[in-house]
Structures are given as structure tokens and as C-alpha cells.
Design a protein around this ligand. Structure first.
Ligand code: ADP
Ligand code: MG
Length: 699
């Protein structure tokens, strides 16, 4: 149960004055972190300004700088009502240094006369511009008398917006939301706050939404930094609590005799790389230990994680226990099965597949075999943690592409056995600082050594204006037997448009290469997708047009050309993943990044990074530098941002401090029952790490 003091913050934003159904809808679009039930007061409060307008500048007219917001004291000299309906209403104002024209389009004359009475003193605020050598201000944002001036906020926050909202409205809502913030006990160490000159929680929110100086809304200013630290600490505490929970109750030692592993290794057409061997040794040691394993296996696309997973599973099977491998999509699960099955059966390891598609008798029989121990390794999708999936003795859960799954799902799978060891695999290399924020103190192994014999991928940046040429080149490559992926981008998060773009491209390419083009996208049924991928693998349709469904894991070694349309719309990590689909076989591979100009600096830097390196870790670091952690962790795609306020590229240094701080706090007060502990529970709720608080209760 959440402390009732926090209730006002978690009530619906519609309870704020001025939020009707229309504004509520716009707010829901503005605040993607809000739950589906609609934004709440807390979501409004944690929507930080992106900047501020400083209205403290009081220059004379002669000191004005075009484009720079200023508030000027002037006398009203002359009204020039419009001569036609389309002309603006002009008012000439002046001070001792010069004159300036205020311009109002479609103005109501009576209103303007009242706003700017002839001969009176007024303060006008806005961005001046030069027009025919004289200053003018079009629709000044404020026209005030002395009383109004006294009430003008010296600094006005500006917010990221969506259609239907204005800075003024968001600011008004945020100020109303501030009124709901209760007095709460301090959860941070007072000495730490003092040393950093951090304000209290409530003051920090106040500074953010009622800034007194631009620094109050700056990402590295004290207010936002304090709040970011709160969030980072909540995150670290939650991760540690989850981990403590997973480790609670001694683990089980699972030791294999090496028999199956040796058979599998003998069946491999290659020798393991040093990195694979090291990772396996670490995993086997974890499995053998009495503690539960929680290990992250990081490795670039094509670094050979699947084999490591299989050999880890084999160790468990040698001990007559079961393993599960969970993939985020059906295509991937099937592909894993196809890769693993021949190797597994060479060693007598029984593998089966369970996805949403297995139904009826077939499914019932499979579940029975699973419960009887007739299946050693179960490969599948989310379907693996349905309630009726019961293992005989699950000892190892392997989660592929872990960032697509939440902590809760990881726990759900791990709860299907006694003290299940967990291995999570990710092909999105994650920078060191982020490993910490995303996984806490999880153990981790990196496959930082590519299997031998890979030829580098020739990556080129090509303007979309050269589309025809590109298609010509692809035709020639196809004649020589090439298989080509053609990826169409996500269109503004809309799956429908997304699919439409892919269908259009499919249509256009089919005209050039009749009968030789395939199509695969997220709206297709599982069987249709499989069929499309199969036709590609067999070479029947050597071009496969796809949406990002092929992003993760699909393995077609024959594919040697990757075309990514509108590459500038993709994240760096995503591009890297996509490119990893080629260069898997022996042939020389090419990746064409088709971009549409004009390219911003960041977009350009991003594409150039990709062209210049294939090292996933370098790319990840660069991605972090250019775009921030949400993108790097793939949060955008999975819909749930990791952080609301903290930004790794700004607050990264604090992540480490929060990590250590959380460790210290929990070593002193593991159940958060002390005075500070109670306050920290509030913090966990505030940043919605409620699951972690529930674990405290359970423990
Ligand atoms: P990942 O899952 O990390 O993207 P995979 O496990 O799919 O990579 O491996 C990519 C390809 O490399 C597969 O075809 C696999 O058989 C091959 N492979 C894996 N390990 C080695 C190795 N040590 N030497 C040569 N090829 C390897
Ligand atoms: Mg893989």
C-alpha cells in the first residue's frame, strides 16, 4: 500500500483546474510515461521544462537585440487601426531612446484601445524584430500596467509540447500541481544535500515550475540534478531489492559432468572463441555455486551468444534438470529452435518450442511432457510464463534480448522453478555506466571477440536522391546471387503507417523485380511471416522488404546486402542491430544507409559513426553521448522510459554515487524500517518502484 500522503500526487490530472477531456487527451500524448488510465498529477510535475524565458532583462528601445526576449517600459504614442480587414492593427510606442511598433493581427480594436490607452505607461514583453530598420514586436506576450508588472513571473518556463497545449497552459497546470505536493520527510542524506547545495524535494519541484532564474530549469542546475538523483537512487534501491529477493533462499548447485557439452562442442563446425569459453566458465561456476545466478551476457550481433546459451543449458541437462530460453518474438524463438535443434539432438538433448501459436492437443501434450521431464530445453516467447506452463525441474532461465522484457517478466520466468538461475543475453551493447543503472550489480560477461573469418561490412551513406541508382546496383548484385534485406523505418511510432511504407516499397520493387521480392511486417500472421522468411532463405525471393521486425536475431547467413531506408530516423543501436543481419556468412557484405536530407548535426554524426566502426561498444558509447539513455536501452521502442528526469548524458556521474549509496543504505537498513528507510519508501513510490516496496513487505 502506498502511503496516503502521496495520494494527491497519484490522483488523475483531470482533477487539476482547467483539465477537460480535450486537454486531458493532449496531456496523455504529452506524457508518455503516464499509465493507460491517463496522466496523473505526478506526471505533470515530472514533466520538466526544456528551457526558460528570462523576463528580467529591461533594456531601453535602443538597447534591444532582435530575437532576444525583453520587457520594455514605454509610452503609448499612436494607434493605427487597420485600413483593410487583412492588415494588422499597429500601435506605436516609445521611450526616451526611440520608438517601436506593436503589431496585432486580427485584433479587436476595442480590446487594443483598452490594452494600450493613449499616453499611458505600459511594459511590453516579447521578442523584438527589425523591420525596415525599426523595431517591432508582433503579438507581445505581455502588455502590463504597473500592477501587472509586479505580478509578472521574472522567468517563465517553456515545456516540450504537443498540439493542443501551450507553454502557458502547461505552466499553469504544473503550478496547480505544485499545490498538491505534500510536506514529506527528507530521504536524502542531509550532509550530501548540503555539500551539493541541493534543495529539498518540494523546493526542487517548485524551482522547476516557478523558476526564478534560468539555472532553475537547467538540466545540470541544482533543482533538476536533485530530482535526477532522487530518481537514480530509487532505481538503484529497487534493483538491489529485486536482486536480494532473487538471491533470497539459498540457490541450488547445478553441476554437470561435461558429457553433453562435449558432444555438442564436437558437433560444432567451429571452435569456441576465447570470449565464449570465458563466458561459459563464468556461467558454469555460477551454476555450480550455492547462490543463485543473475548474469548478463552481452555480445554484439553475431558474437555467438546462442552457442553459449546452448552449452549452458547442456550443463543443466547433464544434472538432469531443465532449461528455458525465452525470446522476444516468435520469429526469433523459431530461429533459435532451428539453430539449436540439430546440435542438441546430436547430444540427445530434447528440445521443444512453445509460442502463442502452439494450441490445443499439441500444446497440451507438450505441457505434459514438460511436466514429466520429457523436455530438457524449452524454447519460446512470452508464452513460457503462462500459468499452466509447469516444469519438472527448471534450473536455468535464459532470457534473450533482455531489454525487451521487464524485470517483472524476468521474475515470472524465474518463479517457475526452485531457485532458478537466470542468464540474460543482450545484443545491444550497453555502456558501462548504463549497465549499472539498468541492471544494478548484476554479474556480467561480454563476448567482446568476434568469431574468426568474418569479413568487415562495407557501410555506405547514400542519399535517397540516388534511389534509382541504388536499385540498379541491387539488381546487379542479385544477378550474382546476393540476398538483400530492405528495411523500411518506423513511421512516427505508428504501426499502420509503418506497414503502409513497407507495402509501398514492396510494390515499387516488385515492379522492377517481378516475383523476386518478399515482404514481412508486424501485422502479418506468424505463419505468413515464416513463409516470407523461408522464401528469402531458399532464394525464391532474394529481396526481403521488412519493417523493423527483422531487427533482432534473424539469421540468414546467405544475406549479404542490407538497405536501410530513411536511416536517419533510426537510433544508432538499432541501425547497428539491423546491419548485424548481414556479414554472417563468408561473402563480403554491404550495408547501404539511405538518408533523406537535410540532416542535422546529430543525425549526421550518428550515421558517420556507423559507417566508421562495427564495434558495438564504441557505437553504444557514442549513442549515449548523442542521444541519451532512453534510446540506448531501447526504451523508446518498448514504450516505457527508464527515467523521467535523470539523463545519463548529464547525470551519469550521479549514477555511480546512487549505486554505492543504495548499497550502503541497504546494508544498514535492509528492510527500510528506520526513519530514513520509511522516507525512502516514499521515494520508491514516488518514482513508481512499487514492486520493490512489495518485495520489502514479502521479505
Ligand atoms: P548472436 O546470437 O550473438 O547474434 P549467434 O549465436 O547467432 O550470434 O552466432 C552467429 C553466427 O556465428 C552463427 O552462425 C554461429 O553458428 C556462428 N558462430 C558462433 N560461434 C562461433 C565461433 N566460435 N566460431 C565461428 N562461428 C561461430
Ligand atoms: Mg542471438
Amino acid at each position: 500500500m502506498r502511503d496516503s500522503r502521496l495520494d494527491p500526487l497519484f490522483s488523475a490530472a483531470t482533477s487539476l483546474p482547467g483539465v477537460g477531456p480535450k486537454v486531458a487527451k493532449a496531456l496523455a500524448r504529452l506524457l508518455p510515461d503516464a499509465p493507460d488510465t491517463g496522466p496523473r498529477v505526478i506526471d505533470v510535475l515530472t514533466h520538466a521544462p526544456s528551457g526558460a524565458i528570462d523576463r528580467r532583462a529591461r533594456p531601453t528601445i535602443s538597447e534591444l537585440v532582435p530575437g532576444e526576449v525583453a520587457t520594455v517600459e514605454v509610452q503609448v504614442e499612436r494607434h493605427q487601426p487597420p485600413r483593410s480587414t487583412r492588415a494588422p492593427y499597429r500601435v506605436v510606442v516609445a521611450d526616451a531612446t526611440g520608438a517601436m511598433t506593436l503589431v496585432f493581427f486580427r485584433a479587436n480594436a476595442a480590446y487594443i484601445e483598452k490594452l494600450l490607452p493613449f499616453g499611458e505607461t505600459r511594459w511590453v514583453s516579447g521578442a523584438p524584430e527589425l523591420f525596415d530598420g525599426a523595431f517591432q514586436m508582433v503579438h507581445p506576450s505581455h502588455v502590463l500596467d504597473a500592477a501587472g508588472l509586479a505580478k509578472l513571473p521574472p522567468v517563465e518556463p517553456t515545456y516540450p509540447l504537443v498540439e493542443g497545449l501551450t507553454h502557458g497552459l502547461v505552466s499553469k497546470l504544473a503550478r496547480a500541481a505544485l499545490e498538491r505536493v505534500p510536506e514529506l520527510p527528507e530521504w536524502q542524506d542531509p550532509a550530501f544535500l548540503a555539500a551539493r547545495d541541493f534543495p529539498a524535494f518540494r523546493e526542487a519541484l517548485d524551482a522547476l515550475h516557478r523558476p526564478r532564474r534560468p539555472q532553475d530549469v537547467a538540466a545540470d542546475g541544482p533543482a533538476l540534478t536533485r530530482l535526477a538523483y532522487d530518481e537514480l537512487l530509487a532505481n538503484q534501491l529497487a534493483l538491489r531489492l529485486v536482486r536480494a529477493q532473487m538471491r533470497r533462499g539459498a540457490g541450488r548447485s547445478t553441476k554437470g559432468d561435461g558429457g553433453l557439452s562435449r558432444k555438442i562442442e564436437a558437433a560444432l563446425p567451429f571452435a569456441l572463441t576465447g570470449a565464449q569459453t570465458r563466458a561459459l566458465e563464468a556461467i558454469r561456476a555460477d551454476l555450480a555455486a550455492e547462490q543463485r545466478m543473475l548474469r548478463l551476457l552481452q555480445g554484439d550481433v553475431g558474437s555467438g551468444k546462442t552457442v553459449v546459451a546452448l552449452l549452458a543449458a547442456a550443463t543443466v541437462v547433464e544434472a538432469r534438470r531443465q532449461a528455458a530460453l525465452m525470446a522476444p518474438t516468435e520469429i526469433l524463438a523459431r530461429q533459435h529452435l532451428a539453430t539449436l535443434e540439430p546440435l542438441a539432438s546430436a547430444a540427445g538433448v530434447r528440445v521443444a518450442l512453445l509460442t502463442g501459436r502452439e494450441k490445443g492437443r499439441e500444446r497440451a501434450e507438450l505441457l505434459m511432457r514438460l511436466e514429466d521431464g520429457g523436455i530438457d530445453l524449452l524454447v519460446g516467447t512470452h508464452a513460457l510464463f503462462q500459468d499452466d506452463v509447469v516444469f519438472h525441474d527448471l534450473a536455468l532461465a535464459i532470457v534473450d534480448e533482455q531489454h525487451k522484457f521487464g524485470v517483472r517478466q524476468r521474475l515470472a520466468l524465474a518463479q517457475k522453478g526452485v531457485a532458478v538461475d537466470v542468464l540474460v543475453m543482450t545484443a545491444t551493447p550497453i555502456p558501462r555506466t548504463l549497465v549499472l543503472t539498468a541492471f544494478g550489480d548484476m554479474d556480467h560477461s561480454a563476448l567482446d571477440e568476434k568469431p574468426p573469418g568474418r569479413t568487415p561490412i562495407d557501410t555506405r551513406l547514400v542519399s535517397l536522391e540516388r534511389l534509382e541508382e541504388t536499385i540498379g546496383a541491387i539488381g546487379r548484385a542479385m544477378e550474382k546471387g546476393a540476398r538483400v534485406y530492405w528495411v523500411c523505418p518506423l513511421v512516427e511510432q505508428s504501426e499502420t503507417l509503418d506497414v503502409a511504407a513497407a507495402e509501398d516499397r514492396f510494390g515499387a520493387l516488385s515492379e522492377v523485380f517481378p516475383g523476386r521480392v518478399g515482404l514481412v511486417h508486424g501485422r502479418m500472421k506468424g505463419a505468413e511471416k515464416d513463409a516470407a522468411v523461408e522464401r528469402f532463405v531458399s532464394g525464391e525471393t532474394p529481396i526481403l522488404v521488412a519493417t523493423t521486425v527483422i531487427e533482432v536475431g534473424v539469421n540468414v547467413p546467405e544475406a549479404t546486402v542490407m538497405v536501410i531506408e530513411h536511416a536517419e530516423r533510426f537510433g544508432l543501436a538499432q541501425l547497428h542491430q539491423l546491419r548485424g543481419r548481414v556479414g554472417r556468412g563468408v561473402g563480403r557484405s554491404t550495408c547501404l544507409l539511405l538518408w533523406k536530407g537535410p540532416l542535422g548535426e546529430t543525425a549526421k554524426a550518428r550515421l558517420e559513426t556507423l559507417r566508421d566502426t562495427e564495434d558495438g561498444f564504441v557505437i553504444a558509447e557514442k549513442d549515449l553521448e548523442l542521444r541519451g539513455e532512453g534510446e540506448v536501452l531501447g526504451a523508446r521502442q518498448s514504450g516505457a522510459a527508464v527515467f523521467r528526469l535523470a539523463r545519463m548524458e548529464v547525470h551519469g556521474e550521479l549514477a555511480r554515487i546512487a549505486h554505492d549509496d543504495a548499497g550502503l543504505i541497504l546494508s544498514r537498513d535492509p528492510h527500510l524500517t528506520g526513519e530514513r528507510g520509511e522516507a525512502l519508501r516514499l521515494l520508491l513510490h514516488l518514482f513508481e518502484r512499487d514492486a520493490a516496496v512489495r518485495l520489502l513487505r514479502a521479505g
